[in-house]
Design a protein around this ligand. Sequence first.
Ligand code: ADP
Ligand code: MG
Length: 696
Amino acid sequence: MLTNLFTPKAVAVVGASQSPDKVGHSILKNIIDLGFEGQVYPVNPKSTEILGKKCYPDISALPDGVDLVVISIPAKFVPQVIEECGKKHIGSAVVISAGFKEVGREGKDLERRLENAAIMSGVRVLGPNCVGFINTSNKLNASFAADCPEPGDIAVISQSGAMCTSIIDWSLKHHIGFSKLISIGNKADLDEEILIESLGEDKDTNVIVGYLEDIKNGPHFIRTAEKVTRNKPIILIKAGTTAAGASAASSHTGSIAGAQMAYECAFHSSGVMQAPSLEALFDYAQVFAYQPLPKSDRVAIVTNAGGLGIMATDAIENAGLQFAKPSEATVEKLKSFLSPAANVHNPFDILGDARAETYGKAVETALADDGIDSLVVLLSPQTMTEAGNAASEIVKAAKKFNKPVVASFVGARRVAEGIEVLQKNRIPHYATPERAVGAINVLVDYTKWRSAPRKVIKRFSVNSTKVDRVINLNKKRKFTNIGEQDSKSILSAYGFTVPVCHLSRSVDDAVSAASAIGYPVVMKIVSPDIVHKSDAGGVKVGLKGPSEVADAFELMMTRIKARCPDARLHGVLVQEMVMEGREIIIGMTRDPQFGPMLMFGLGGIYVEVLKDVSFQLAPITAEAALQMIVGTKTYNLLKGVRGEKSADMHLVAECIQRISQLSMDFPTIQELDINPLKVSSELSRAVAVDARVRIL
Ligand code: ADP
Ligand code: MG
């Protein structure tokens, strides 16, 4: 926990100013105004007193016991001030000043000097180029934000300073409180990972939300986030992702995967929830801050309008949540006080003329049912509706149980009072039924993540020496694209089945290889310059006899020489034809930020067109590998259509895990794909009929 930073005994403001239009003035004023209980010292050589506080000329003149300095002076003086802080044993600093790496080369150099000063002096630095932070628990507003949020359970970290001020403004209207609001700026020293770790230990914080544009160290972030999310939810917006880098990749996996996907995988594997919008970020944050986690995923609805009930029902279905079935006792109880026209089965429709008291009773009855884990309460402002009172009754009933309740009072003017009552009493309110259900959905997802067993990565026994040898041989020849045959040797060393294969350099050679292998055979061109063999007319399948093999050899050689005159031709592979099975792709592309990203999907030549693929980061568990398969349409193909036998999903998952292990073991492998892997249900085997590997 960054105690010095967030709970200092005394704070100094370097660059404090008498002039109200200076940032240094706002910071000092904010600290004093919110009522920080420790000492506050302005530092400015040109003043003796600012805002009634004695002013000091420099850091060395300060009294002992200062733990934090907030710095707002021209950028070029900042590194030196940090060094002085170190000499004075001041543990932390917030650098508000801009003019660092965001302004180009010179700024970049200056930021490096700041970073060095922080490391050498042992001062932990937040910023530079940030708004500062607010800690509501000790009333420390070390920022120049115009307002201060209410205290609460949510901590915010933001890479955008302006976002912080917008969030504060918005939160004040919706009665959402924060434990800490931290603007991280350029992250010269303290970055999202350290702050998230620290907030994970912060007793005032129950939910961590963040706006991030980039992540400094991918694998570290994943490890820390995974630890923190076991105790506290983390919800992040990741902005500014581009597909740069993906276009440089040559294989299938590379052209499909992009940076956005890597972030999604990283968040998924560490239990971080990704919010698609600012709206969703706070939709989720509120429900986590105000409501308990559900026992399971059975959801019920109380509504005074059929239409709203149907919309929520659809949302529950779409989210894959369970629609709760009320017990006999619940149905009887509801019948006892609702009119005969009401629906006493989920969604509980208490009808348009429902009074506030009926809302209370219906909510209480639903929550008392053991078969209902969470509740969505909907209201439409009809003639008889008293939204404010209904909200109070809902609040009263909800307080008697430890189950999540969310609400959506649909409208604006006539429901405003009700919404206010709900928000003040920590019942999350959403403008639409879908958003209310969406909030329950993330609660359920997170509950599942928390209760999931710790990750176990299975290791297979493999022949890594052989892989080493193949890779080194290709490196020596300066081949970065390893051809089909060598790629398959690598795969077979990692436990894959590959078809019998022979490299032939003449017609006679090809014919005798084919008869040794057994007909039918497949023939493929071998050239370090041809990556996609079929595109060049370099694949012939189903060759049934010596004359077909001889013709194919001649044809392939002449055709390819005509189409790709510059390609080096090493010969033709004669290969066992794998008759059985459906074609899938398993691939890997190494993300510069997060490491090996695994891909699974429909194989063959339509990969890029159909894009039925899923991604996960290595190392992968057996469960996650299965999840990758289940998440695609290819899964249904593998399961078998119209009476076909299902493929062995565990076998396919094992193939994904083996690729995961290979890519963890050999960082030099940049990309790899097996396309296709032919998976046979009848023979319960998977054969890699084509493969390619790209190394550094
Ligand atoms: P490329 O992807 O370079 O065009 P492949 O080796 O993947 O070449 O061959 C193209 C297609 O030919 C495959 O998608 C597969 O359908 C079929 N094929 C290739 N090798 C075999 C084989 N040994 N057995 C059965 N079918 C094969
Ligand atoms: Mg292929």
